[in-house]
Design a protein around this ligand. Sequence first.
Ligand code: 0RA
Length: 649
Amino acid sequence: MSKNNSKNQYSADSIQALEGMEHVRKRPSMYIGDVGSRGLHHLVYEVVDNSIDEAMAGYCSSIKIEINKDSSLSVEDNGRGIPVGIHKKEGVSALEVVMTKIGAGGKFDKDSYKVSGGLHGVGVSCVNALSESLTAIVYRDGKEYEQTYSKGKPVSAVKEIGNSNKRGTLVTFTPDKEIFKEVTEFDYDILSNRMRELSFLNKGITISIKDNRKIGKDGNPLYETFHSKEGLSEFIKYLDESREPIINSIIKMEGEKNDIPVEVAMIYNSSFSENLYSYVNNINTHEGGTHLSGFRRGLTNTLKKYADSSGLTDKLKFDISGDDFREGLTAVISVKVAEPQFEGQTKTKLGNREVSAAVSQAVSEMLENYLEENPNDSKIIVQKVILAAQARNAARQAREMIQRKTVMTGGGLPGKLSDCSETDPLKCEVFLVEGDSAGGTAKQGRDRVFQAILPLRGKILNVEKAQQHRVFENEEIRNIYTALGVSIGTEEDSKALNLEKLRYNKIIIMCDADVDGSHISTLILTFFFRYMRELVEGGNVYIATPPLYLVKKGNKKVYAWNDKERDNLAKEFGSSGVSIQRYKGLGEMNADQLWDTTMNPETRTLRQISLNFDNSQEAERWFSTLMGDDVPPRRKFIEENAVYAKIDA
Ligand code: 0RA
């Protein structure tokens, strides 16, 4: 760099800034977590967070997201607009500072209460650094200003490009394909789910999302708009849409405790599962932390006190545990913390000690009031807790029975399991097959070295509707546990899994390719989702995809997996002499055919079931809709196989 070239006379600060931006490009994962799908979508959240901050400060009411045809993405808000005047310290426009200086964010605006922040709170400059191009447009003071950047570096100075009566900021960026090598396209569903969530967490803001790449049936681009007037209580309604509430209203509170803004909403439903969602500065704290433990403590203490004083628990012969207070509970906890410390493997566990007491106090006050004012509901809750405690006690006995049995028989495998000869679990897979007859074909067709077969009898128990002890008493389910080598439950955590002795790396659900078959797959998946979630999260659970048709002409035989493939093949084969065989069930195929189409690792297609932070909430809603209490749309969902479309990798 020539010293005489005045354009290149960077101040010490801007050299540092440049280095910061280059560091982001060198080590993107340090800033956005990863460079896969999560990281890509994280870019959007980072930009949107700035607009949310502007809304929280009271200056912005609308945020519009558009996925553009060229796969860039735009975020527009109607806030004050990022200032464009010269920044005193930096000597360039404030806009340029915000866009090119790591960690600049809105910090120079002391009044703004910046808490939303991305997962790492890195700001929009980081998005800029990771974009092959980014354009920022600011509408302010009757004017429209623009600056463009490439890989984080300004391509031009801030330019006034015209007059405007709008106010706000519009950022359009194209993620850099040199950085995001695997996934470069934004996923509408991922983004819209997050926008819905943000609208519940920040009531009053209107957030819309439009996908110009996808034209819907009405000829318009895919579009949704989210606006929540009530915030968390609407969130609860959404989460529990297909569950049946057992109390009259949603219990909620909103306020500040020790200067920490705390918002909580909860309800009890007739299900047996616990659904807690906790957020810190709008970030889903998947691993929980001090706010969540504060919530649990507040809930347990208050309900225990109430139950004891009600006399309803006098005759109980066993203790009520923390779990019992949360059976059938759906709750959302949202706190704002000025300097959050995130811990844990995925940095989604809140570590700030002071938050625990704040939430615990807030919850105790909220619940005490509610219980006092709603004696009928209070009684219902206490009775539910007692039932949960009784069921847990029964489940413990059932579990101890399994454990005893396992010890006595030296951990014997279920008689129905046809095991493989390989002993390294990493190389082994097990097929869970519907029915004994299909099980027989699979047993003949498999490679017995590394493939095991466990036939399951008919429809397995719907665990969504059953109490825990019924699940543990169920023979088919016990066979799954023993075959997989997974043991269950410790005294503290009745659903804790011990996966150390997992016997197969791949667990493959293989059912008929018809309505009944997909119902059975869904039942099995529900079991894994509720009772062996770690295996789903770990990517160990798969669904086999048997073909629907065999299209034949002479000695040409080709399989088809759907109607379109079948029709295309028929066309390709010519008009006459084509025969089409529809497989009604796995049992109709012979062993060779089953091997070729569905079991042979070289030729089969497995669908890996995936579950991560981005879709766990949706999965939760799907399973409760599909498998919970009677809801009309359920059957339709199952028939359309929608569950696969939604939760597949
Ligand atoms: C700093 C100061 C001011 C606004 C903003 C930042 C701001 C940043 C973003 C990012 C996206 N949308 C935004 N909207 C506003 C306001 C200073 C003033 O006008 O007094």
